[in-house]
Design a protein around this ligand. Structure first.
Ligand code: HEM
Ligand code: HEM
Length: 208
């Protein structure tokens, strides 16, 4: 093995495996992906299944909102408060090529998450309104439903692009962390003194 390969291996094997996403967050995320995609791509909007899946999305978001108050450390809203100044700081980091790994959601990620959660609720609300006597056949309600779905689609595309971009920039595989719950963090990215302030270590150090 060359020196460079050996050095790369050493860095990788020194990474700490930190458990950051609890099972509820992960099941919530991938269920939301499947249900949202089903209603956009597969179901017939005039059929009951579309409405049922739409309500399931709303129920999922409701559970996540409660979990944001009582869930595990990085699942809690106070771990990723909506902050425009923090988001601008992250943009500054990106522009200046500064590397900062976040154990939970990043400030930009947080803004996107609140936006996606709110948009899901607005899609559900306008969808439900179309089934009521008061708003059945009302054009602006249909248009709002379609508008919020299109907005969600654009945001999801941006969300996926950002996740891939941030994974490459920081060297932390974020999609994999959303599957396993574990982020692989290099020692230099750990909070002061090498001791993780948050994120439960799994079996200590692990290789990627
Ligand atoms: C319909 C599509 C999607 C929607 C609506 C969506 C929505 C969300 C939401 C609401 C969160 C916050 C999770 C929480 O804290 O509970 C999130 C986080 C996340 N999503 Fe998605 N997502 C979608 C697709 C994807 C895909 C395809 C990937 C993989 C490439 C992905 C990767 C992630 C990752 C890695 C995070 C955590 C980001 C971080 O580390 O801060 N998402 N997503
Ligand atoms: C995440 C949840 C949802 C998504 C992604 C979604 C998506 C869509 C899409 C893509 C359309 C087609 C718009 C078009 O014709 O261009 C649509 C139409 C429709 N949706 Fe939803 N929907 C959701 C939730 C709901 C809910 C909860 C209800 C009602 C309980 C509902 C009722 C309807 C109705 C009645 C239409 C037909 C509107 C028309 O006549 O043009 N949707 N939805």
């Amino acid at each position: 093995m060359t020196d460079a390969a050996l050095a790369g291996r050493t860095v990788r094997s020194a990474r700490s495996a930190l458990r950051v996403w609890d099972p509820l967050v992960r099941v919530f995320h991938w269920s939301l992906v499947v249900l949202f995609a089903s209603n956009v791509l597969i179901t017939d909007p005039e059929k009951d299944l579309h409405h049922l899946i739409g309500y399931a999305v709303v129920a999922l978001v409701a559970v996540r909102l409660v979990w944001g108050l009582i869930g595990s450390r990085h699942a809690r809203f106070r771990d990723f408060p909506p902050s425009v100044s923090a988001a601008l700081g992250q943009l500054g980091d990106i522009a200046k090529g500064r590397r900062r790994v976040h154990l939970g959601h990043t400030p930009l990620g947080a803004l996107m998450i609140y936006n996606l959660l709110a948009t899901m609720l607005l899609i559900g609300l306008t969808g439900w309104m179309m089934t009521t006597n008061a708003y059945w056949g009302v054009k602006w309600v249909e248009e709002m439903h379609e508008f919020f779905v299109t907005w969600a689609e654009i945001c999801v595309a941006a969300h996926i692009a950002a996740v891939i971009w941030e994974s490459r920039r920081t060297g932390v595989n974020l999609p994999r962390a959303m599957v396993t719950g574990v982020k692989m963090i290099e020692p230099r990215d750990l909070p002061q003194s090498g001791q993780p302030k948050s994120g439960k270590p799994t079996s200590g150090h692990a290789s990627e």
